[in-house]
Design a protein around this ligand. Structure first.
Ligand code: R5P
Length: 283
C-alpha cells in the first residue's frame, strides 16, 4: 500500500498508478498544542507499506517518522520509504565550525523506521551513505524534456558544472541539442550569486537551463540575465525540485523566462511532470 505524506499526495497517487499498488487514505491532524498526529485507518498488516513523503519542512519530517511508525505498529511486513525531495540534503557537511551535518542527522532518523529508502536527485548522491539502511537514488531529470515545445538550435545548459549531468539527461531525452555549463560562485555570507558564462554562442538559440533545485531562484535568474544580455532566444528554466521559496517564481518571471518546469517531488504550480514512474522502477 502507498502511504502518502500530507505534502506529497499527488506524487503518492501517481506512484500508486505507476506501481498498481493500493493508495492508502491517510488522516493528518494536529492536536491543540500544534503537534501532528497521522492515522492510517486501512489494514496494512502483512503487506508492504511504501511511505512517500517529501521532507519539505520540519513538519513534513515529523509526519514522515509518524507514518513509518504507524504502519510498523499496524503490522506491515516491510516498510519502504520514498523521499521524493529530501530536505536538509544540501547541508552535507559542516560548512562553518559548530554546524551539524544536517543531512546525516535526518538520514539517521529516517533510517530508524524503515527497511530501505529511495530518494530522487539528492544534491549529492553520497548523501545515501548517511542512511543506516539500504538507500538508493534515482535520476528523474529525463521527464523534464516532456513539456518542452520544438526548440530552435537548442542548448541545454546547467548553471554550474555539478549539474551538467542533468542537462545531458534532459538533452538526451529531448533528442537533439548541445550541452554546456556556466560557472557559479556563491558568497555564503550575503547569498549573492555570480555567474560566469562559457564561450558557447547563444544568440538566437533556445536555451533550456537545468538544475536539481530552484530555491530562492537566484541561480536561475542570474543565469537568465546573462543569457538575455547575450541575445538568447527563448529561455526555459527546468529543475527536478521546484522548491521556489518566497518570491522565486516572481523573480524568474521578472527575469523574462519563457516557462518554468519542475517535477512533482515538490507540489507546486510548475510541477508539470511526474517523477513517480522513475521511482516505481526501484520499488
Ligand atoms: C546548488 O548548487 C544547487 O544545485 C542549486 O543551484 C541551488 O541550490 C539553487 O539555489 P537558489 O535557487 O537559491 O539559487
Amino acid at each position: 500500500m502507498i502511504i502518502p505524506g500530507a505534502e506529497t499526495q499527488a506524487f503518492g497517487a501517481a506512484l500508486a498508478d505507476a506501481t498498481d499498488e493500493r493508495l492508502g487514505r491517510v488522516e493528518y491532524e494536529r492536536f491543540a498544542d500544534g503537534e501532528h498526529v497521522v492515522r492510517v485507518p486501512e489494514a496494512v498488516a502483512g503487506e508492504r507499506a511504501v511511505v512517500v513523503a517529501s521532507t519539505v519542512d520540519s513538519d513534513a519530517h515529523v509526519q514522515l517518522l509518524q507514518l513509518q511508525d504507524a504502519v510498523r505498529e499496524a503490522g506491515a511486513s516491510e516498510v519502504v520509504t520514498v523521499v521524493p525531495y529530501m530536505g536538509y540534503a544540501r547541508q552535507d557537511q559542516a560548512f562553518k565550525p559548530g554546524e551539524p551535518v544536517s543531512s546525516r542527522a535526518v538520514a539517521r532518523a529516517i533510517s530508524t523506521g524503515t527497511d530501505r529508502v529511495v530518494t530522487v536527485n539528492p544534491h549529492e548522491p553520497a548523501v545515501c551513505d548517511f542512511f543506516t539502511v539500504p538507500a538508493t537514488h534515482v535520476n528523474a531529470a529525463a521527464v523534464l524534456a516532456d513539456p518542452l515545445p520544438p526548440l530552435e538550435t537548442p542548448l541545454f545548459l546547467s548553471p554550474d558544472e555539478g549539474a551538467i549531468g542533468l542537462a545531458e539527461t534532459v538533452r538526451d531525452a529531448y533528442g537533439d541539442g548541445e550541452t554546456d555549463f556556466f560557472e557559479k560562485d556563491r558568497d555564503y555570507d550575503s547569498g549573492e550569486i555570480t555567474i560566469t558564462p562559457s564561450d558557447t554562442p547563444v544568440a538566437g538559440r533556445d536555451v533550456v537551463l537545468v538544475d536539481d533545485i530552484i530555491a530562492t531562484g537566484s541561480t536561475m535568474s542570474e543565469s537568465v540575465a546573462v543569457l538575455n544580455d547575450r541575445g538568447a532566444g527563448r529561455v526555459f528554466v527546468t529543475c527536478v525540485h521546484p522548491m521556489l521559496a518566497s518570491n522565486a517564481l516572481t523573480t524568474l518571471s521578472a527575469a523574462g523566462v519563457e516557462a518554468v518546469y519542475g517535477t512533482d517531488t515538490l507540489e507546486r504550480a510548475v510541477s508539470e511532470v511526474s517523477a513517480a514512474s522513475v521511482v516505481a522502477d526501484k520499488l
